[in-house]
Write a protein that binds this ligand. Structure first.
Ligand code: IPM
Ligand code: MN
Length: 352
């Protein structure tokens, strides 16, 4: 019996999570596993009502679950940073989810802006460090609001944090068993302290993985290759900030935010799965947002729980819907409503 914490969150979060849970029900009945869910109302509306981002003891409460399923965090009436730091980053850091796993995969039938590229070319995974770097919150401000204001925001890179991330990436690459190539993405030509640590650690750990081919690319060049030659990549490992940026680019090449999913993973603890697109306030409540990103996040959650068969089935169902049903992945242009897309995925699973 899996215990799953559900945080629908803000904007379109609840709509897409509803479809994800529909698919979870269908696939659990099909392959035969049991689960229970507990819903938490954390997000912008609750914050505006109570002034509290996360209630006390929230992180400890989450430790009791096998996985967390998150919709979206971000509210148009709340100043940027409050909910992101107070909820999303607080959970990532609080549960030490040190990996942000983001597949960039073009499903059949999906339009990519990359000319002449197809599903066989766009299929790689970004392993983003998820607890350090510029996100660690180190730094400060002096003389704020004066002409002499000084703002310092430091990138924190620890040997432990870098090594566990790199090690995870090597293991993941081996398990994935495709091109067996791991690319470190950094900026060794300028960030000569931080990425020197990354580079040394990368090649040291690589000694233990002779079956994995290693490669290095600067982050700026990486954005070129992601557009021009995405087929070169298999698994990428990089720091928090670079990983944040390049995975938005990656998401666009796989058809956009309607399909991009990610997992915040603590291999020894509780992991959290989310569509990476955000709360999309302008589409909220219209039943037109694409739920496939949330369904993709569910697929990753199932894989992480060890329900391989269920995960495979959900993956096939997504491919069926993109390949034979949807006109577009964009909100309002799919040719179906949010709930109809969820229904089609669930039906495919039931019929499988
Ligand atoms: C993401 C988001 C978050 C991040 C924000 C909302 C804090 O952009 O999940 O990529 O920067 O990590
Ligand atoms: Mn981001």
């Amino acid at each position: 019996m899996y215990k799953i914490a559900v945080i629908p969150g803000d904007g379109t979060g609840p709509e897409v999570i509803r479809e994800g849970l529909k698919v979870l029900k269908a696939v659990s009945e099909k392959v035969g596993f049991q689960y229970e869910t507990q819903v938490f109302d954390w997000g912008g509306d609750r914050y505006l009502r109570t002034g509290e981002v996360l209630p006390e003891g929230a992180i400890d409460e989450l430790k009791k679950f096998d996985a967390i399923y998150l919709g979206a965090i971000g509210h148009p009436d709340v100043k940027p940073g409050i909910l992101e730091k107070g909820i999303l980053l607080a959970i990532r850091f609080g549960l030490d989810q040190y990996i942000n796993l983001r597949p960039v995969k073009l499903y059949p039938g999906v339009d990519t802006p990359l000319k002449d590229k197809g599903p066989e070319d766009i299929d790689y995974v970004v392993v983003r460090e998820n607890t350090e770097g510029l996100y660690a919150g180190a730094g400060g401000v002096l003389k704020k609001g004066t002409p002499d204001e000084v703002a310092v925001q430091e990138s924190i890179n620890t040997r432990k944090g870098v090594e566990r991330c790199i090690r995870y990436a090597f293991e993941y690459c081996r398990k994935r068993n495709k091109k067996k190539k791991l690319t470190l993405v950094g900026k060794t030509n300028v960030l000569t302290y931080a990425f020197d640590l990354w580079e040394r650690t990368f090649y040291e750990v690589a000694q233990e993985y002779p079956d994995i081919q290693t490669d290095y690319a600067h982050v700026d060049a990486t954005t070129m290759w992601m557009v021009k030659n995405p087929e070169w990549f298999d698994v990428i490992v990089t720091d928090n900030m670079f990983g944040d940026i390049i995975t938005d680019l990656g998401a666009m090449t796989q058809g956009g935010m309607g399909i991009a999913a990610g997992g915040n993973i603590n291999p020894q603890g509780v992991s959290m799965f989310e569509p990476i697109g955000g709360s999309a306030p302008k589409y909220t409540g219209k039943n037109i947002i694409n739920p496939l990103a949330a369904i993709g996040a569910l697929q990753m959650m199932l894989e992480n729980l060890g329900e391989e068969k269920a995960a495979e089935l959900v993956d096939k169902a997504i491919a069926f819907v993109t390949g034979t049903k949807l006109k577009s992945l964009s909100a309002g242009k799919m040719g179906y409503t949010t709930s109809e897309v969820g229904d089609m995925v669930a039906q495919f699973i039931a019929d499988a």
